[in-house]
Design a protein around this ligand. Structure first.
Ligand SMILES: Cc1cc2nc3c(=O)[nH]c(=O)nc-3n(C[C@H](O)[C@H](O)[C@H](O)COP(=O)(O)OP(=O)(O)OC[C@H]3O[C@@H](n4cnc5c(N)ncnc54)[C@H](O)[C@@H]3O)c2cc1C
Length: 442
């Protein structure tokens, strides 16, 4: 009998799990089930459009999905098109690799005002994610506040201040290219509750802020320590913090002449309220000090005028019917990736939203090891059963050929110098997949 495994989610963790399974369980059938017609999760919809070299990791995943034992089912949402309970009845094992697509709430007064846009939505908008293409953020303002001191905050800041020339050669959708380059934005404030030593930037991304065509980084030297020593962290992390400090110190000496935009690195400031009547007009902040690595309010309050507030303070997963959920951590509770008999988790849904693409790889290995050691083929229907269930519900799915047709159409319609012009609606994607879309009716 053949072992049949469903991997739900086609982001890095889904693909790493698939690759590990294909190697450890030869002869098994692996079906990747993805909510969108297009694969690759945050590689397509999160990683910044101007970081195409990072997105290239998907080439390895293209080889994985082309393996004969692997089938791709795009445009199929678990919990909507087929329940998790039904999926577990259909496969010997199910691996949930569905990520953490929701913003962590800001939870301060005014956080629901128009002009407060979470990073998941904003990043989805500039990456052409079908859920967010109609967001239409109002960029008619001079100053933007981004909350958070991680790489997502850096990505957003960088994209808001790049020139048309810098952006045109990316796969930023036309609507975002126009909105950003026609906006009045001249000053972006990156606000961190803690200090430079606690910032989560990686150094390459931080340095990039000093290399922009029409923007300078601005740092108050008084907020920078002379050195960072004796932190409670690994040697590697200490070296990263020291490098980041050196980069921030170099920013303090950048010549601003000839450049018209600024990204201000502001540390030791925690948001207390978003200000405004019908929409954002500013942000009230409290000065902090860092005690034992944690921010403490000092009682000193100040206001920052801005027309857009983008919290980039972390993500949480969405609850899925038929499986326990840890509301506090925003993940599915698990023991080394195991949730219940035949049910596993990998990636951000397992660990929470931390780390880079490669951090998800060991999750796949662990889960594949467990399936290899503990799950036997049980004569379940697998992909035949899945296809029958989808057909009975009239669900169109996109297979590998369908995705390849979408990919081709996007590449063909790219602007000059750009890698692709993303299709922006599910309907457009299904139309491009065209004959390759497997229809329920046929
Ligand atoms: C804005 C941003 C930028 C980033 N930039 C970088 C970077 O430059 N470099 C780097 O190394 N890392 C980067 N990361 C981190 C990296 O993207 C993550 O580590 C990684 O994507 C997590 O993988 P995942 O598979 O767990 O989740 P995801 O990549 O989110 O994949 C989850 C997949 O599951 C699908 N799905 C969800 N629900 C369902 C359902 N019910 N049914 C079927 N499918 C479903 C989703 O559509 C998605 O395709 C970035 C993260 C963010 C948020």
């Amino acid at each position: 009998m053949t072992l049949k495994v469903a991997v739900v989610g086609s982001g890095p963790s889904g693909f790493y799990a698939t690759e590990a399974l294909a190697k450890k369980c030869p002869g098994c059938e692996i079906d990747i089930i993805e909510r969108l017609p297009t694969p690759f999760g945050l590689i397509r919809g999160g990683v910044a459009p101007d970081h195409q070299s990072t997105k290239r990791v998907s080439r390895a995943f293209e080889r994985t999905v082309a393996r004969p034992e692997v089938h791709y089912y795009g445009n199929v949402a678990i919990g909507q098109d087929i329940s998790l309970v039904a999926l577990r009845d259909t496969y010997d094992a199910v691996i949930l690799a569905i990520g953490a697509p929701l913003d962590r709430p800001l939870n301060i007064p005014g956080d629901k005002l128009a002009g407060v846009i979470g990073s998941a939505a904003f990043v989805g908008w500039y990456n052409g994610h079908p859920d967010y293409r109609d967001l239409e953020p109002d960029l008619d303002c001079q100053a933007v506040a981004i909350l958070g001191n991680g790489n997502v905050a850096l990505d957003i800041a960088r994209l808001l201040v790049k020139t048309r020339g810098e952006l045109a050669v990316t796969d930023l959708p036309d609507y975002a290219l126009e909105a950003i380059t026609k906006s009045r934005i001249s000053d972006v404030y990156m606000l961190g509750r803690r200090g430079p030593a606690e910032a989560k930037f990686t150094n390459v991304e931080l340095r990039e802020m000093g290399q922009l065509e029409n923007c300078v980084p601005v740092v108050d030297p008084a907020q920078l320590p002379e050195s960072i020593e004796g932190q409670d962290c690994s040697e590697r992390d200490l070296r990263l913090k020291q490098k980041n400090l050196a980069t921030l110190q170099s920013f303090a000496t950048v010549d601003p002449s000839g450049k018209h935009k600024r990204v201000h690195f502001c540390f030791f400031a925690q948001p207390k309220a978003v200000l405004g009547e019908d929409r954002v007009s500013g942000l009230r902040l409290e000065r902090t000090r860092v005690v034992d690595g944690k921010p403490e309010g000092t009682g000193e309050v100040f206001d920052l005028a801005c027309g857009l507030v983008i919290p980039a303070i972390g993500y949480r997963s969405a609850r899925i019917e038929g499986v326990p959920f840890d509301e506090r951590r925003g993940i599915i509770p698990n023991e080394d990736g195991r949730v219940a008999e035949g049910l596993y988790v990998a990636g951000w849904i397992r660990r929470g939203p931390t780390g880079v693409i490669g951090t998800n790889k060991p999750d796949g290995e662990v889960v594949a090891d467990h399936i290899q050691g503990h799950v036997a083929a049980g004569g379940k229907p697998g992909r035949q059963g899945l296809e029958a269930a989808l057909q009975s519900k009239g669900v169109q799915w996109v297979d590998l050929k369908g995705w390849q047709a979408i990919d081709q159409a996007e590449i063909e319609h790219a602007r000059d110098g750009a890698p692709r012009a993303k299709l922006l609606t599910i309907d457009e994607m299904l139309a491009a997949a065209d004959d390759d879309v497997t229809e329920a009716a046929n």
